[in-house]
Ligand binder design. Structure first.
Ligand code: GTP
Ligand code: MG
Length: 197
């Protein structure tokens, strides 16, 4: 898919105020600092579209970006960062969960997992919650440029083995790097298929 335009539309704390529900939408969730905003910039070929930071807790709102005037990419706050206050954590958690549960045009949520880490309880629990609520999702293993190819493979394999204790089959997944563009083509192709389906 060719990205012709990528525009910031709005930021919200309430899913009910999010824009136009007529068009397809793809959201990004995962632990703070896992690389959600960077991946949105990589996919949209615009390094300045979503705000990124080396410090976790950068994205604090539901951010809509309109791509090719046809579908949305949605950047969400991360979960699981210890230094965010309990009040903020609860607020972000409720806001994000309400958005994921009740946004009618959400066609897929990409759950980002750091490819360098062993399976984390918080990610597994989040994936379970998504599954229990019937929210369509795919997994993206991020920051693969930081590991050798074989290490990425074994990390993905371990995650699969862990997930398959609870799941009958491995959900759709991708491996990505926002630093070198790995996975961009495949993720955009997946989005294109969903948009056109
Ligand atoms: P929050 O908004 O705080 O939840 O974080 P986020 O998940 O949006 O992460 P963000 O995109 O802001 O990236 C966090 C840090 O990881 C930044 O310093 C990025 O430059 C770095 N980063 C993100 N993706 C990659 C990647 O694929 N490879 C490498 N090497 N660094 C990455
Ligand atoms: Mg972010």
């Amino acid at each position: 898919m060719i990205i012709k335009t990528a525009e910031f539309i709005c930021s919200n704390t309430d899913f009910k105020k999010c824009p136009n529900t007529e068009i397809s939408e793809f959201a990004f969730i995962g632990r703070s600092n896992v690389g959600k905003s960077s991946l949105i910039n990589m996919l949209s070929k615009n390094k300045k579209l979503a705000k990124i930071s080396a410090k976790p807790g950068k994205t604090q709102l539901i951010n809509h970006f309109l791509i090719n005037k046809e579908w949305y990419l949605v950047d969400l706050p991360g979960y699981g960062w210890a230094k965010v206050s309990k009040t903020k954590k609860e607020k972000w958690g409720d806001m994000t969960k309400d958005y994921l549960l009740y946004r009618p045009n959400l066609d897929c949520v990409f759950v980002l997992v750091d490819s360098r880490l062993e399976p984390q309880r918080i990610d597994l629990d989040f994936i379970s919650w998504i599954g229990q609520n019937g929210i369509p999702f795919a997994i993206i293993f991020t920051k693969c440029d930081k590991l050798s190819k074989s290490k990425v493979q074994s990390s993905v394999a371990l995650f699969k083995r862990t997930l398959l204790k609870d799941w009958e089959e491995m959900p759709q997944y991708f491996v990505s790097s926002s630093a070198d563009g790995t996975g961009g083509k495949e993720i955009l192709q997946f989005i294109e298929e969903v948009v056109n389906s």
